[in-house]
Design a protein around this ligand. Sequence first.
Ligand SMILES: *[C@@H]1O[C@H](CO)[C@@H](O)[C@H](O)[C@H]1NC(C)=O
Ligand SMILES: *[C@@H]1O[C@H](CO)[C@@H](O)[C@H](O)[C@H]1NC(C)=O
Length: 379
Amino acid sequence: MPVRFFLLFLPLVLCAPTVDITVRVWYREARLCNHNVFIRGDLCGLSWDVGTILTHKGNDNWESTLHCTASDAGKTISMKVLVDDSQWQVGTNDQFIVPTRSGGVAELYPWFFTSKGSYELMDGGEVFSPQLNNTRPVVVYTPPSYLENPHKPLRHLLVMHDGQNLFNDSTSFIGEAWRVQEAADELITGGQTDEFLIVGPYNTADRMNEYTYSYDPKYQVGGKGDLYLQFVRETLLPLVQKRYRLTADATLGMMGSSLGGLISCYEGWRPTQEHPFSRLGCISSTFDWNSEDFLNVVMPRAGAPKPAPLTYLDSGDVGDDLDDRDQTIRVRDAMTKKYHLGDTTQYYLDHGAAHNERYWGKRVWRPLLMFYQPTPRVF
Ligand SMILES: *[C@@H]1O[C@H](CO)[C@@H](O)[C@H](O)[C@H]1NC(C)=O
Ligand SMILES: *[C@@H]1O[C@H](CO)[C@@H](O)[C@H](O)[C@H]1NC(C)=O
């Protein structure tokens, strides 16, 4: 009985169209002489238990053709690269949506030996702002793969304000930095997020002016925020895109704390149709600026940004953060109820947390995890 059954279906199996995709791995040939490159995965003939060897093509790349069945189309294929089928690539799986037609190339940029990123001052010194007529250092964090695999373009760029407080205790305002690099390294090597570049322009003596978009009569200062954001978008970003390896369509994010949180949310709600930043992290934000005019004036004037950015809001509830908590919750409520951005907005209350770098650093993994979840690529 099984024989007849088999014969009946055999022609169907033979004629089932396949979708061929090329997997191309980029890595430094010189580091792998006398070693072989393998791939493992979960679809299209791959397995997690034993690797498929790739053909060395020279010029730092290795290739193989995968044969997917028509029924794989639309599914997500996950893959990892191995050296000698034993040393696994670090970080998240590479994921792609299997296409319906042959011909796609999945470009993979693995790394194997580095678990920490590093940071440096961009161009070793100061960056001039023609908008503000001043200069400031800009610190840049490159993720673990960056030096090991010089072919890999990064797909995400995150601007974080108060650059001197982010990484290095000895340059930090309170002598204690957020240590964002530790949270980033852990999320990346643990495979929980994609890699991202962090660009941290230092604040200047004019911080209260530069991080605010309006004049606050209470503090008798404020209002250069639009110029500062113009500096970030029009001067800093092009410089970064020239200096660092990023994909042409790398996502843009912005994050900061206190007034840095205020200006980050403001970037998404400026009165303009263009919102290049798709991820906004507003940490312990000073939403009471100018009688809460972010809530009362800025948001109603702009209306909900389209497309909706991923927005992360938080606060503690100790000291200055007690006020920030209530103001932030009012902003959160407006975003979710009035502007219907509930699907893309997250608020976290850090019980017992005060308004400083130590607490911001302890919870910065939350917005990073929200913003840089690995998502499958399409061909
Ligand atoms: C820019 O700043 C410099 C000093 O830092 C000053 O000499 C110059 O006049 C300023 N230019 C403008 C246009 O304000
Ligand atoms: C941290 O800052 C200090 C003081 O500016 C500097 O000497 C040191 O090199 C910095 N560390 C790193 C890893 O950049």
